[in-house]
Design a protein around this ligand. Structure first.
Ligand code: CAA
Length: 290
């Protein structure tokens, strides 16, 4: 029975996952190497829950109870009491592998492991742990409290018991699941990222302005956000990384990251998280940068 969930990484995905887990009655241990990241994450969760209280989606008591179930730590030893640990570190295979190798000696024998990777092989990540049968992909969408979907991905060794237990967690979080095989980008990013990359090519080649591209896709295809504003929300470094995983994993030129996307990443213009991507977020309203 999963009651205590650990989350590694207090970035936007880790914060969102901790938020929904605490709200759904789980005890949550949010871990990061940086105390500053943990403090920032708790503040974000507080602000987002307050917004739900203000909109009568949540009572103050429910919020306070959820917050009381949330603990933070910078030490891996504290994961001993967890039944499931979800890793949400940066999209980098070597960093994720290093985290799992360091983590496993601190886990109870029954603890399940999930990764929120959006594109890296689940089998390869599970393979560095002492429990590949207890390991699988649990890919949340951003912003986690709002988005309905969790993509579930088995590695080659994932047991049915692990899959069923994690599927139950996703359901208790109020999420819908889509099951994907373990191939680069899984389902969502295999389809979404080439669209975003194509939007950056359209900008690169001068087919349209940022505003025209986003408006065209928002109003022309009824998407809640245009592809360039969505790329800014996801993070341009993450988009570029996923495109390179698709490119290397599939070996087809259609997945080549657009040079303009690569340039933005080199400039440190990573989207909302750095206040500048395809839009500038320093003022009240986002302003297109091209
Ligand atoms: N955290 C918590 N709640 C949030 C939030 C956040 N970051 N952002 C918005 N919300 C909530 C609001 O409080 C509001 O809640 P209520 O309905 O309870 O009042 C609700 O979401 C709608 O918000 P807004 O009215 O402010 O804004 P909106 O209607 O423009 O919707 C949006 C915002 C939900 C982000 C919408 O634009 C959207 O769905 N965009 C597309 C997002 C998307 O495609 N995400 C998937 C990205 S792919 C991915 O994540 C996978 C990957 O690996 C890259």
């Amino acid at each position: 029975m999963i009651e205590h969930i650990g989350v590694i990484g207090a970035g936007q995905m880790g914060s969102g996952i901790a938020h929904v887990c605490a709200l759904s009655g789980y005890r949550v241990l949010l871990n990061d190497i940086s105390q500053e990241a943990l403090d920032k994450s708790l503040h974000t969760i507080d602000v987002n829950m307050d917004r739900s209280v203000a909109r009568n989606k949540l009572t103050l008591k429910e919020k306070e109870e959820a917050v009381s179930r949330l603990q933070t730590s910078t030490k891996l030893e504290d994961f001993k009491r967890c039944d499931l640990v979800i890793e949400t570190a940066i999209e980098n295979e070597e960093i994720k592998k290093a985290i799992f190798k360091k983590l496993v000696p601190h886990l109870s024998a029954d603890c399940l492991l999930a990764t929120n990777t959006s594109s890296i092989s689940i089998t390869a990540l599970g393979g560095v742990t002492d429990r590949p049968e207890k390991f699988m992909g649990m890919h949340f969408m951003n912003p986690v409290p709002v988005m309905q979907l969790v993509e579930l991905i088995r590695g080659i060794a994932t047991s049915n018991a692990t899959f069923n237990a994690i599927q139950e967690v996703a359901k208790r979080l109020g999420k819908q699941v889509a099951v994907s095989e373990d191939y680069p980008g899984f389902i969502v990013n295999r389809i979404l990222m080439p669209m975003i990359n194509e939007a950056v090519y359209a900008l690169f080649e001068g087919v349209g302005t940022i505003e025209a591209i986003d408006k065209g896709m928002r109003l022309g295809t009824n998407q809640p956000m245009g592809p360039l504003e969505l790329a800014d929300l996801i993070g341009l470094d993450t988009c570029a990384f996923i495109m390179s995983v698709l490119y290397e994993g599939r070996g087809e030129s259609k997945y080549k990251p657009c040079p303009l996307l690569t340039k933005y990443v080199e400039a440190g213009w990573l989207g909302r998280k750095t206040n500048r991507g395809f839009y500038d977020y320093k003022g009240e309203q986002p302003v297109p940068t091209r």
